[in-house]
Design a protein around this ligand. Structure first.
Ligand SMILES: *Cc1c(COP(=O)(O)O)cnc(C)c1O
Ligand SMILES: [Zn+2]
Length: 432
């Protein structure tokens, strides 16, 4: 890996050489997550904003010099990355902020940002000659690994809590993974997966353990910065479970800064559900995330339900080193954000994908974000991932279909009825 200097333990800072094959720091075990360190001078010599601008490859692989890959092996055939960033003027106006962009990661092949990490896992598994790749997941990382493995004919074994939304389980089964529905929490699934790795020697994609996942996830933010022509937004909002995506946001910013592509860093805001707020607690109380014990997480936003965020050291650094904040939002606020985001921007997100919008509302209320701010939110996964939650959200918003007979009279009656109700309750409906 010519462009990689080595791997630094997030706890002790020890540097391991670029050819180190372990996943974590041997002295610190599962907590000792490694951070890939690059030779920016070498990278920057041939890889610039101008060479990028001339590159017609719109996938995540356009940032390949900033990836820890040992060979120039072919990439998976699915189109990963290059997702749209929408300038959402109506929502910006509603919030009285200067700009709001929505990065729609629901547009990925398996419909979440996790494709970026799982693509990296598949590349590394192939590089190491692994025949089987595995992960535990609340659902999206699993679906991503299943789909991208299928695209290259690699076998996958997946551990998910049996409570995972049906659509995510359906994806796994359709892609042909061996699926273990674990009767327990994500933490239980994670621990079992780790034991299975030990037993069978499978390639381990687990979030907050495998150091390469952040390096895939960061490409979403590199795309944002590039799309904004390197004019740094004031803040980036992202939902946080294990803390690996937010670590990736930070990593992208650090890479771009080190290469001289940007001249300041955005504030990074981590949004957690009220019932899964480990990092918010630690942030508010100044607690050390190395010693703070796990909580017992409960939230409708399954993708960000984490008792003990695995990547919590990187996750805390992303916020504290950029002057951002950790904010909590209730499940009701998360659900309410789904139709608001869908109606205001056209982006249909699952609960964890809409949560950053709820967090932005909170940040504006608290004066953390103001009228001059240009803000990006990462809509991390598609609304189709969890239809049950969407139906709850629209019911809570008072949106109901019209039940009618198949004739125009019935339609007319229903429409006038609806208008009357609308006047009475003042529904937040899009204008027709
Ligand atoms: C995984 C996931 C998150 C949270 O990412 P972490 O790295 O666990 O913090 C947020 N939204 C969606 C849709 C996800 O799949
Ligand atoms: Zn260490």
């Amino acid at each position: 890996m010519k462009n990689v200097v080595g791997f630094a333990c997030v706890i002790c800072g020890t540097m391991y050489p670029a050819d180190f094959r372990g996943y974590v720091c041997p002295d610190h075990g599962a907590e000792g997550i490694l951070d890939v360190r690059y030779d920016y001078e070498r990278i920057g010599a041939g890889f610039t904003r101008e060479t990028l601008a001339a590159d017609r490859n719109r996938t995540m692989w356009r940032y390949r010099p900033l990836m820890p890959l040992a060979t120039d092996a072919a990439v998976p055939p699915l189109t990963i990355g290059g997702t749209p960033l929408y300038d959402s003027k109506r929502l910006a106006a509603k919030l009285s902020i200067a700009k709001l962009w929505v990065k729609d990661e629901g547009r990925q092949p398996t419909a979440s940002l996790k494709d970026r990490a799982s693509a990296m896992a598949v590349m590394k598994a192939q590089e190491r000659g692994a025949e089987v790749v595995t992960t535990a997941s609340t659902g999206n990382a699993a679906a991503a690994l299943a789909g991208i493995s299928a695209s290259v004919g690699l076998s996958s074994v997946i551990f998910v809590p049996s409570s995972a939304p049906e659509a995510k389980i359906a994806q796994l089964l359709a892609y042909g993974s061996r699926v273990a529905l674990v009767n327990g929490t994500y933490t239980d699934a994670f621990e079992l997966c780790m034991e299975a790795v030990e037993e069978y020697g499978w390639y381990n994609r687990n979030t907050g353990y495998n150091p390469f996942m952040t390096e895939g996830k960061k490409t979403a933010t590199l795309e944002i910065l590039e799309e904004l022509e390197w004019e740094v937004p004031d803040a980036i909002f992202v939902s946080v479970g294990d803390g690996s995506i937010i670590g990736g946001v930070h990593k992208a910013v650090k890479d771009a800064f080190a290469l001289g592509w940007i001249d300041r860093v955005p504030r990074i805001f981590g949004i957690q559900a009220e019932g899964s707020d480990y990092l918010v607690q630690a942030f508010e109380d100044g607690e050390d995330v190395l010693t703070k014990p796990a909580i017992s997480a409960v939230t409708i936003a399954d993708s960000i339900s984490a008792d003990l965020p695995r990547d919590r050291i990187k996750a805390m650094g992303a916020v504290t080193e950029t002057g951002g904040a950790y904010l909590r939002v209730s499940d009701d606020e998360i659900l309410a954000a789904i139709p608001t985001l869908a109606r205001g921007s056209g982006v249909f997100a699952e609960p964890a994908g809409a949560a950053p919008y709820a967090g932005l509302v909170e940040a504006v209320d608290r004066g953390l974000i103001g009228a001059d701010d240009r803000v990006v939110i990462l809509a991390t996964g598609s609304g189709l991932k969890d239809v049950a939650s969407v139906l709850k959200a629209v019911a809570a918003a008072g949106t109901e279909p019209m039940h009618i007979e198949p004739n125009l009279e019935s339609l007319k009656a229903a429409l006038s009825n609806e208008r009357a109700t609308e006047r009475n309750v003042g529904h937040d409906r899009p204008h027709r």
